[in-house]
Design a protein around this ligand. Structure first.
Ligand code: H2P
Length: 827
C-alpha cells in the first residue's frame, strides 16, 4: 500500500499573506456573493452583504486557526478547557474584524458598493447563550485566552434559543423566544466526526472477580448523541485563534420507523424531540436554582461530551491518562458542570481501569472550580432520587467520594455539625446532592471572583471545607476584554487616547496609565468630554428611535444596566428617582442638575419581585416623563431587551455608573469595570470588585456609600426593619407613600403592595438603611457635575487607572496560579 500523500492545507503553516487592501477585499466580497451565496451583487439584500463579508473575514480566520491548532499540537503544551453552561458572546463580526485589524480596509471596500460597514455589523444577531455576568465573563475569558496565547478551548451548549427577547407591554416584562439561528450561522462548523453518545438512566452492573476490586459497568437505558459545533475565537492581532466547541443534542434514531409505518406519526418523533429538547432552550434563571430534570440533563450532557472529547484528544497524543493533569486543565465555571468530577472518576475507574486513589489524584489535579455567587438559592443541589434515576453510577461515585472526605474530616477531629456542613449530601432538605461541595472537593483550586467575595467564601458557604483544605481557596478578580469594551465600543475614545499617549495601550491596556497626567490638561479634558458627549448623543438616538423619548445629551446620564435582582437594588435607584422628582417639584427655584436615569435588564420569568421592579421603573418613567414641571430636569428611561450589543452602546455613554448592590452580595460585577474604563464615575457600595476599583482609581474618583458587608450581616442578625427608618426620613417616606398610594399606577393602586411591604417589614436588602447615604452622595454628584473640569478630570483618571481590570490580567493569573499553562509555562 502506498503511503498517504501529505497534503498541506492552504496557508496552514505560514498564514498566507492574504492581501488586505480594499481592492482585494472588495473583489473577494463580490466573489463570495456570487459563488457562495449565489446572488448577483446588484440584487444583494442586506443580509447577503453580512454573509459575504463574514465569509471573507472567515477565510482569513481559518488560515490562522489551522496555524494555531498545528502549533499547539506540535508544542504539546498543556491545554486549558473552560467548561461553561453559558457563553454570552454577542456579535462576532466586529470583534473578528477589529482583532484582525481589517476595520478600515473593509469599510473602504464596502463603500465601493455603497454599503456601510456599520449597517452590516448591526444585522448580525447576538449569540445570547447566557444570562448575565457569568456568561459574559466566559466570553471575555475566551477572547483573552486567545489574545494572551493560552491554548484554550471553551465547551458549552449550542442552545437553539438563547436568552429570551424582552418586550415591555403596558410597563410589564413579556418574554418572547429568541431565534438567533434563523439566518444560519456562518461562524460555526458542524463536526460530525466529533459525535459522542451520552447515556441517561438504566442500571449499574457489578462484576466481582476473586481477589480484585469490584468492577462497575453502567448500562444506560437511554442514549443521546452530542454533536460538536466549532466557532473560532480570534485573539488580538489574530496571532492565535482558539476554539469554542458547543454541543448539540440529537437522537440516535431520528425517527422510529416502526411507529411511523403503523400510523403513529407523532409517536415516531417523540424520542427525537426528547433528545433535542436538551439543547433547545437556555434556562433564563441567573441566581435561582432551576431544579428541573431537564437542567440536570443539560449539565450532564455537555460535561460528559466534553470529557469524552478531552480524553480522545489526550489519548491521540499521549500513551495513557497517567499524565492527564500535566497536559490538561479543566476549569468548572460555577457548579453547572460539577457533575464532571463524578464523570471523570467513572471514566478513569470503570472505563480505563484506574485504581480509585490514583483516579482521584488525577481528577483533583485536573479540575479547578470558580464560584460566582454566595446566594444560597443559587447553590445547586439535586434531589437524590432524581440524581440516582438519571445518573445511577455517578451517584454511587459521589457517595464514595463523600465517604472519603468525611473520613478525612473525622481523622482531623471535625465534629458532627462541621461534618454535616462538609458532606456532599444535604440530609436536611429531603436529601440532596450538593454540587458546590462536589466541585470543591474534586478540584485542586477553588476561586472567588473578587477579593471581598473570596474572603466571604472562606467565612460563609465554604467555611468548613476551607478549614479542611486550607490552601485550596484563592482569589481571581474578574476582568473585561478591552478589545470589545473599549476599542470596538468606543472608537472615539480609542482614537483620542491613541493620539494622546500612542498606541501602546492597545497591546497592553495597563499603559492607559500614561493618560493619567492628562487629567490636568484643559485641552485634553475638553476633547475627552466631547467624545463622551458624542457617545451620549448616539445613545440618545437609539432611545429616541426605540422609545420616542427625547433626551438632552448635556444632562447627567446616570445608568444602571444588569440583571434585575433584589440584591442589585434597582428598587433603591427608582425610589431615589421618585424622591428627586418630589424635591424638584417642591423646590422649582433650586439649581437642579438635569439628570437622565437609565435602566435596562431582564428578570428571570419566574422571579415575581424582579418583574415588579421592572414594572415600577416603567410606571415611574411614564409619570415623570409626562410631567411638564420637571421636563428638562429629570427623565427616567427603561430600555427593553438589554443585551451585549446594546451594552456596547450604553457603556461609553454613561457619566455615572450605578453599582449599588447590598454589600456582601455582588460577587464581583463586570459592568462596573466596563463603565469606569469608558470614563464613567461610579456610585457604589463597598461590594464585589468595587472594593478593588476604589484601590485602583483612588477614593477621590469613586463615590462609595452605605453599609459595609459586615454591617449588613450584623443588621440582618438584629432583625432590622425598614419601618422606623421610613417614618423618620421624610424624603423616603414621601417616595414610598407615592408608590403605595398608586401615584404611578392609578389604574391599579395596589400593584406594588408586596414590594412596599418588603421595605416596611424586614428591609432585607437594606434599601431603607442605605437610602439617606445614597441620596446624599447623589446630591454631591449633582454639584460636582456642574464643575465640569473637576468631573472630567476624575473621569479621565478612571479610564487611565482601569487597565488592571482587563480580562488579560485575570487570564494570566488563572494560567499561572491554577492551570500552570500558557506562554509562561511552555513544556
Ligand atoms: C455573577 C455574579 C457577578 C459576577 C459574575 C461573573 C453570577 O453574575 O453575580 O457578581 O461578576 O457572575 O463572575 P450575574 O449576577 O450578572 O449573573
Amino acid at each position: 500500500m502506498s503511503a498517504t500523500p501529505k497534503i498541506e492545507p492552504m496557508g496552514a503553516k505560514v498564514p498566507e499573506p492574504r492581501q488586505n487592501d480594499p481592492d482585494t477585499l472588495a473583489r473577494q466580497i463580490v466573489e463570495k456573493m456570487t459563488y457562495s451565496i449565489c446572488k448577483h451583487p446588484e440584487q444583494a439584500r442586506k443580509y447577503d452583504w453580512l454573509r459575504a463579508v463574514t465569509l471573507v473575514v472567515r477565510d482569513r480566520i481559518i488560515d490562522r486557526w489551522f496555524a494555531s491548532t498545528d502549533r499547539i499540537r506540535q508544542s504539546k503544551d498543556k491545554r486549558v478547557y473552560y467548561l461553561s453552561m453559558e457563553f454570552l458572546i454577542g456579535r462576532l463580526l466586529r470583534d473578528a474584524i477589529n482583532n484582525l485589524q481589517l476595520t478600515g480596509a473593509i469599510r473602504e471596500a464596502l463603500k465601493r458598493y455603497n454599503v456601510e460597514l456599520d449597517m452590516v455589523e448591526l444585522l448580525e444577531p447576538d449569540a445570547a447563550l447566557g444570562n448575565g455576568g457569568l456568561g459574559r465573563l466566559a466570553a471575555c475569558f475566551m477572547e483573552s485566552m486567545a489574545s494572551t496565547g493560552v491554548p484554550g478551548v471553551g465547551y458549552g451548549i449550542r442552545y437553539v434559543h438563547g436568552f429570551f427577547r424582552q418586550e415591555i407591554a403596558e410597563g410589564a416584562q413579556v418574554e418572547l423566544p429568541e431565534t438567533w439561528l434563523v439566518h444560519g450561522n456562518p461562524w460555526e462548523f458542524e463536526r460530525r466526526d466529533s459525535t459522542y453518545e451520552i447515556g441517561f438512566g438504566g442500571k449499574v452492573l457489578t462484576q466481582q472477580e476473586p481477589g480484585k476490586p469490584p468492577r462497575h459497568v453502567w448500562r444506560p437505558a437511554e442514549r443521546v448523541l452530542a454533536v460538536a459545533y466549532d466557532t473560532p475565537i480570534v485573539g488580538w492581532r489574530g496571532e492565535q485563534v482558539n476554539t469554542l466547541r458547543l454541543w448539540s443534542a440529537q437522537a440516535v434514531d431520528p425517527i422510529l420507523l416502526d411507529a411511523f409505518n403503523s400510523g403513529d406519526h407523532i409517536g415516531a418523533l417523540v424520542e427525537s424531540n426528547k433528545a433535542e429538547a436538551i439543547t433547545r432552550v437556555l434556562y433564563p434563571a441567573d441566581s435561582h436554582q432551576a431544579g428541573q430534570e431537564l437542567r440536570l440533563r443539560q449539565e450532564y450532557f455537555f460535561s460528559a461530551a466534553s470529557l469524552q472529547d478531552i480524553i480522545r484528544r489526550h489519548l491521540g497524543e499521549n500513551d495513557s491518562l497517567d499524565n492527564l493533569a500535566d497536559k490538561v486543565a479543566i476549569q468548572l465555571n460555577d457548579t453547572h458542570p460539577a457533575v464532571s468530577v463524578a464523570e471523570l472518576m467513572r471514566l478513569l475507574v470503570d472505563v480505563h481501569g484506574y485504581e480509585w486513589g490514583k483516579a482521584w489524584e488525577i481528577t483533583r489535579a485536573t479540575f479547578g472550580y470558580t464560584n460566582h455567587t454566595l446566594l444560597p438559592e443559587a447553590l445547586e443541589h439535586w434531589p437524590i432520587n432524581l440524581f440516582e434515576r438519571l445518573l445511577p453510577r455517578q451517584m454511587q461515585i459521589i457517595y464514595q467520594i463523600n465517604a472519603d472526605v468525611i473520613r478525612e474530616a473525622s481523622q482531623k477531629g471535625f465534629d458532627g455539625s462541621q461534618i454535616s456542613a462538609i458532606s456532599l449530601i444535604d440530609e436536611g432538605h429531603g436529601r440532596r446532592v450538593r454540587m458546590g461541595q462536589l466541585a470543591f472537593v474534586g478540584s485542586h483550586a477553588v476561586n472567588g471572583v473578587s477579593a471581598l467575595h473570596t474572603e466571604l467564601m472562606k467565612e460563609t458557604v465554604f467555611r468548613n471545607l476551607h478549614d479542611l483544605y486550607r490552601d485550596r481557596i484563592q482569589n481571581k478578580t474578574n476582568g473585561v476584554t478591552p478589545r470589545r469594551w473599549l476599542m470596538e465600543s468606543n472608537p472615539g475614545l480609542t482614537g483620542l487616547l491613541t493620539e494622546a499617549i500612542g498606541p501602546g495601550f492597545l497591546d497592553d491596556v495597563e499603559k492607559l496609565r500614561d493618560a493619567d497626567p492628562l487629567a490636568g490638561d484643559a485641552g485634553f479634558r475638553d476633547r475627552f468630554a466631547a467624545v463622551k458627549r458624542a457617545n451620549k448623543a448616539r445613545l440618545a438616538d437609539v432611545i429616541s428611535d426605540r422609545l420616542a423619548i427625547t433626551l438632552d445629551p448635556d444632562a447627567i446620564f446616570d445608568i444602571q444596566v444588569k440583571r434585575i435582582h433584589e440584591y442589585k437594588r434597582q428598587f433603591l435607584n427608582i425610589i431615589e428617582a421618585i424622591a428627586l422628582y418630589n424635591q424638584i417639584r417642591a423646590h422649582p427655584e433650586k439649581d437642579w442638575t438635569p439628570r437622565v436615569k437609565i435602566f435596562a435588564g431582564k428578570a428571570a420569568p419566574s422571579y415575581v419581585q424582579a418583574k415588579e421592579i421592572i414594572h415600577l421603573a416603567n410606571d415611574v418613567a411614564r409619570v415623570i416623563n409626562s410631567d411638564p414641571s420637571v421636563r428638562d430636569l429629570l427623565k427616567v428611561v427603561f430600555i427593553p431587551n438589554y443585551n451585549v450589543s446594546l451594552a456596547e452602546i450604553i457603556m461609553p455613554a454613561a457619566d455615572l455608573s450605578e453599582q449599588i448592590s447590598t454589600a456582601g452580595l455582588e460577587a464581583s460585577g463586570t459592568g462596573n469595570m466596563k463603565f469606569a474604563l469608558n470614563g464613567a464615575l461610579t456610585i457604589g457600595t463597598l461590594d464585589g470588585a468595587n472594593v478593588e476599583m476604589l484601590e485602583h482609581v483612588g477614593e477621590d474618583n469613586i463615590f462609595i456609600f452605605g453599609l459595609k458587608a459586615d454591617e449588613v450581616a450584623q443588621r440582618r442578625r438584629e432583625t432590622h426593619s425598614g419601618r422606623s427608618i421610613i417614618e423618620r426620613t421624610p424624603l423616603l417616606r414621601e417616595a414610598v407613600n407615592a408608590i403605595s398610594t398608586g401615584v404611578f399606577c392609578p389604574e391599579s393602586p395596589a400593584r406594588y403592595h408586596t414590594l412596599v411591604s418588603s421595605l416596611y417589614n424586614n428591609d432585607w436588602w437594606m434599601i431603607c438603611a442605605d437610602f439617606e447615604a445614597y441620596w446624599e452622595t447623589q446630591r454631591h454628584l449633582d454639584e460636582l457635575f456642574l464643575r465640569q473640569d473637576e468631573w472630567q478630570a476624575k473621569a479621565i483618571r478612571n479610564t487611565a487607572r482601569m487597565g488592571w481590570f482587563s480580562s488579560d490580567r485575570s487570564i494570566r493569573e488563572y494560567a499561572t496560579d491554577i492551570w500552570h499553562a500558557g506562554p509562561g509555562k511552555r513544556a
